[in-house]
Structures are given as structure tokens and as C-alpha cells.
Design a protein around this ligand. Structure first.
Ligand SMILES: Nc1ncnc2c1ncn2[C@@H]1O[C@H](COP(=O)(O)OP(=O)(O)O)[C@@H](O)[C@H]1O
Ligand SMILES: [Mg+2]
Length: 309
């Protein structure tokens, strides 16, 4: 983490195609060393935004700077700072992972075998790198794509919907890995997704976009914090009965029972009081978890829409 200049700056980035505004005056900064999410429902303009950042399509209006370099006027220098996978990484399935990396390394100058070994270790593919790609899981292919995007030592890694098609274990793997990159290597990661739950787990900060417009930027620390009013889950015996009692005592808490317990919106200091009450009333308390406000709540509040998954 560093307090230096932002690695990516968007100012009024706009794309109009055939009279339709697809991305509408988008402005935000990404500081170095964070995992930054671009979150929005399908069709929000995430891919179009990423394509403008990576220079795959032109902007109608606005500017993008990578490491202070304007993408329009200093394109080649700006691109050296960036590695990215837009859409699915193209790999040759009948070649090994290693052969693929050798192939892609020829597109850059001066990538040594040692550097290749470094990125292979970094993405944890050491044991399988000489297997054919057709025998890789989707998660492994995704990691090979990341190795490819990282080989020329970019400062900014951009991944468009990298978790598409991954199973929960694969998503977890990718997430842990991206967080490690940001933390240990100081690489900044920009990742897009239409899935709130993933962004919540993966990102330090999220920009929410809808119909091409920025609707809010959310610090993940702010909403997962357990102090202040938050969602709290109690796993107890006789959940319906317990929820009824607590709901009467705390009408503001919107207590909701299910088969194994209940959830309530509570102030931090109310939690120990409720545990005491439950125990006194003879309920068995199996677990209490303060989950903070979810990004979903926040997302709905910001967009006022239910267009999420
Ligand atoms: N080349 C294009 N011509 C016309 N409309 C486009 C073009 N590319 C994207 N769009 C439209 O722009 C909107 C945003 O698309 P996209 O950036 O792919 O969204 P996301 O990646 O968030 O799902 C969609 O409504 C899409 O249909
Ligand atoms: Mg997209």
C-alpha cells in the first residue's frame, strides 16, 4: 500500500455509439496496491470501460491516465504499465502451460526464463505447468492467463469478469491469489463483476456503475465493520420462539427467524445483552456472528434497483 499518486485515473470517460451513451462521464481514481472492483449488472458498461482503459476502443470524450501517462497521447508507455485479460484468455489447449507462456513471452522484450519461473510460482502452477492446457481446470487456465498478463511486470492488472465460469473453490483460489498480489507485490488490480458477493470478498474498494454512470464508490472496510448497526445472526435452539421474544424487546431490529436461528439489525452493544437474555430464557446459543451491512444492502440503496444476482 502506498500514498503515492493513483495508478489509474479516469476523467469523464464517455463512450457513445450510434447516439446511445454506453459509458457516461465516468470519473474515479485507483490508488496503488489495492484490489479495486467495478461492479454493475450486465449491460452496465463494465467491459466497454475496460476496453477504453486498455486502448482496445477509443473514447468519445474524457481521459484515462495509467501511472500518470495519458493513454491517448502516450499509448505505448502507458500500456507497458498494464497487463490485462479482457474476455476469456486465449490459450492453446494442445500446448502445455509452459509452451503457452513461452509463446506469449515473445510479444514482449526481454522476458527471461527466470521471470517465467517467477510468475509460474506466483500463480501456484509450478506442479502442473508442463501439462497440456486441455487438462487444466478453468481455475488453472485463469491463473495461467494471469501469469501471462503479469510476465512483463505491469503495475496494473486488469481482469474483466475473471470469475465467470469458475466454481466456488476456483473463485476462492483466484481471490486469495489476487489479494496476495496486491499485498505482497504492490500490484494494483482492477477486476469487474456483476456479482456482489464476489466483490465483497475480493476487493478493498468498489465502484458501482449502472447504465454507464457511476452511482457510488464503496470502501469495503466501511461496510464489513462490526461496530455500528449491523446484521447479526444468532444460531439458537427454538428459533421462532427466540425471535419472537427478541423482536418484542427490539422492534427496530427487524428480527427474522429461520430454521436454525434468526437475524436482526442491531447496535454492537445490544449483542451481549441479547445473548444474556437468550441464555436466561433457557435458549441454547450455538453461534453469534456480526456480519456488518452487506454490499447488497448498500448496492440496493445506491441504485434503488433489484437488478442484481
Ligand atoms: N459496439 C457496440 N455497439 C452498440 N452497443 C454496444 C456495443 N458494445 C456494447 N454495447 C452496449 O453497451 C451496453 C454496455 O455493454 P458492456 O460494456 O458489455 O456491459 P457489461 O460489461 O457491464 O455487461 C450494453 O447495453 C451493450 O449492449
Ligand atoms: Mg462485460
Amino acid at each position: 500500500m502506498s500514498n503515492s499518486a493513483p495508478i489509474l485515473e479516469l476523467r469523464n470517460v464517455t463512450k457513445r455509439i450510434g447516439g446511445k451513451t454506453i459509458v457516461d462521464h465516468l470519473s474515479f481514481d485507483i490508488p496503488q496496491g489495492v484490489v479495486f472492483g467495478l461492479l454493475g449488472p450486465n449491460g452496465a458498461g463494465k467491459t466497454t470501460t475496460i476496453r477504453m482503459i486498455t486502448g482496445l476502443i477509443s473514447m468519445t470524450e474524457g481521459s484515462v491516465k495509467i501511472g500518470g501517462l495519458d493513454v491517448n497521447s502516450r499509448f505505448e508507455d502507458a500500456m507497458k504499465l498494464m497487463g490485462g485479460i479482457v474476455e476469456n484468455p486465449e490459450m492453446y489447449k494442445y500446448l502445455t502451460g509452459y509452451q503457452n507462456l513461452i509463446h506469449f513471452s515473445r510479444m514482449h522484450e526481454g522476458i527471461s526464463k527466470d521471470r517465467l519461473k517467477e510468475v509460474i510460482d506466483l500463480v501456484g502452477l509450478g506442479n502442473r505447468i508442463h501439462d497440456k492446457v486441455k487438462r487444466y481446470s478453468l481455475g488453472m487456465r485463469q491463473r495461467l492467463g494471469v501469469a501471462q498478463a503479469l510476465m512483463h511486470r505491469p503495475k496494473l492488472l486488469i481482469l474483466d469478469e475473471p470469475t465467470n465460469g469458475l466454481d466456488p473453490a476456483g473463485i476462492r483460489e483466484l481471490r486469495d491469489y489476487l489479494r496476495r498480489l496486491a499485498r505482497e507485490e504492490g500490484i494494483t488490480v482492477l477486476v469487474s463483476s456483476h456479482l456482489l458477493s464476489e466483490m465483497e470478498l475480493m476487493c478493498d474498494r468498489v465502484a458501482v456503475i449502472q447504465t454507464g454512470k457511476l452511482v457510488g464508490i464503496q470502501e469495503m472496510g466501511d461496510i464489513t465493520r462490526a461496530d455500528g448497526a449491523g446484521h447479526v445472526r444468532f444460531d439458537i435452539s427454538r428459533p421462532v420462539e427466540g425471535a419472537e421474544i427478541i423482536g418484542r424487546l427490539y422492534p427496530e431490529a427487524k428480527v427474522l427467524a429461520d430454521t436454525s436461528g434468526f437475524e436482526a439489525i442491531l447496535e454492537r452493544e445490544e449483542i451481549p445483552v441479547i445473548i444474556e437474555q437468550l441464555v436466561k430464557e433457557g435458549f441454547r446459543v450455538y453461534g453469534v456472528k456480526a456480519s456488518g451491512r452487506s454490499l447488497e444492502d448498500k448496492f440496493l440503496e445506491m441504485t434503488g434497483s433489484g437488478q442484481i444476482e
